[in-house]
Design a protein around this ligand. Structure first.
Ligand code: C5P
Length: 412
């Protein structure tokens, strides 16, 4: 098969904006896209945007004489290798299941002889409604691939399954569907793991802490450390790519939120501990944050001043809660608890002791005597009950993927 041709039907929901990113991924991956924009979809994205991104005319109506002369709707429905409905709204899937053909999109979907992939996005109650359950079952029974929506916070303010999977996950599913239907060419941007395993953490909640904490001394000064948050953010991104619902509790860092990740920003260790507790239950917790061990025992209400006498003010410290150790003792302890250990000497010995002391299942140990903190690369040892696995130095994104793969294996 030559470069894959995708017919993309865009339903009317807020998630329609993500279809623009999907068009970009398909184009970047070597495929071509023709878009069909429903009336509902046109309230969220414009035909102009889709035409510019796809570099193809966008089809919007059954009643376009010019198009019916140039390319009839029957022909359009068959000119693609795969029809993708994204987002597939509850209404669109109901019509598909019932065989209703009252606009261009539904007519094409009824007329096509090509495989169809539907990517649902809707409010959680709509997704769980018996009518939608029936429609999804009918569609699956008739050979339509219906992806599971992601779980998490939604635009409507509710929470649960119904969120459109990230465009990268849809693109991976498109690759899998094309492979099933005989397309064997490699497509750029597809994950390296087998298509059927591309969301191995689907249905799991992964809780991650990342970055430093800032412990105030007075309104303008604080105690901090050199953690950049890069490793923790990379793990959050990799877990989301693997299909997990991810809560990322982030200390003060300058990093963008990875796609599909629910982020909670905090400043201090005590705020981080509270945010971790509020995010429970979780199946996996990966505590990557470099939490400050101590905070100023008392935070001055006003800026501390030099008084000219040369006397320095005392700085008394108090110990911060150990979030990892507390989680290990919690009645809501995640099934897999992973800690990090930044060491500057006898890395494996110290980390092995830390695993026992903190009650973690795994400790990921790294030597931070070089420029790991803030740098792009990391060399880690994964210490588990059954031994130590040492990985060579690699970019933090690759460390993240390696760790997430092992987490997925542990749940397989
Ligand atoms: O004791 P140490 O700070 O070296 O332990 C590191 C591990 O413990 C990391 O996983 C870190 O996120 C976690 N930690 C924590 N709360 C603290 C201190 C460390 O969760 N107060």
């Amino acid at each position: 098969m030559a470069d894959p041709r995708i017919l993309l039907v865009i339903g009317g929901g807020i998630a329609a904006y993500k279809s623009c990113e999907l068009v970009r991924l398909i184009r970047k991956g070597g495929g071509s896209v023709a878009c069909v924009l429903t009336e509902g979809g046109s309230h969220f994205v414009t035909a102009m945007t889709l035409a510019a991104l796809s570099e193809n005319p966008v089809h919007t109506t059954l009643w376009d004489l010019k198009n019916e002369v140039e390319m009839g709707h029957i022909q359009l429905s068959r000119a693609a290798d795969l029809v993708v409905v994204c987002p597939a709204t509850a209404d669109l899937m109901a019509k598909m299941a019932a065989g209703i053909a009252d606009d261009l999109a539904t007519t094409l979907l009824l007329a096509t002889d090509k495989p169809v992939l539907a990517v649902p996005a809707m409010n959680v109650r709509m997704w769980q409604h018996p009518a939608t359950r029936r429609n999804v079952a009918t569609l699956r029974a008739s050979g339509v691939t219906v992806m599971e929506p992601d779980e998490g916070a939604m635009a409507c303010g509710e929470f649960g399954p119904g969120r459109l999977p990230e465009p990268e996950a849809v693109w991976a599913e498109i690759g899998a569907a094309l492979a099933t239907h005989g397309h064997s060419q490699p497509l750029e941007g597809q994950p390296d793991f087998a298509p059927e395993r591309h969301r191995p953490l689907f249905g799991k909640h992964v809780l991650i802490t990342a970055g430093p904490t800032h412990e105030p001394i007075d309104p303008v000064r604080y105690i901090a450390n050199r953690s950049s948050g890069k490793q923790g953010f990379a793990i959050a991104a990799a877990a989301a790519e693997a299909g997990a619902r991810v809560t990322l509790v982030a200390g003060p860092v300058h990093l963008p939120t990875p796609p599909g990740v629910d982020r909670v920003d905090v400043e201090t260790a005590r705020q981080m501990a509270a945010a971790v507790e509020a995010a429970l239950p979780a199946d996996v917790a990966v505590m990557v944050a470099a939490v400050a061990d101590w905070r100023a025992a008392e935070e001055a209400g006003q800026k501390l001043k030099k008084d000219g006498s040369g006397k320095v003010p005392p700085l008394h410290l108090a110990e911060n809660p150990d979030i990892l150790a507390a989680l290990a003792q919690s009645p809501q302890r995640p099934r897999l608890l992973v800690g990090f250990a930044a060491e500057t000497e006898r890395v494996i010995d110290h980390a092995t002791a830390k695993r026992a002391r903190k009650g973690a299942d795994w400790i990921v140990a790294n030597d931070v005597s070089g420029d790991v903190m803030g740098g792009h690369a990391n060399a880690v040892h994964i210490i588990t009950a059954s031994g130590t696995e040492s990985l060579p130095e690699m970019p933090k994104e690759d460390v993240a993927r390696a760790l997430v793969e092992r987490i997925a294996d542990a749940f397989a």
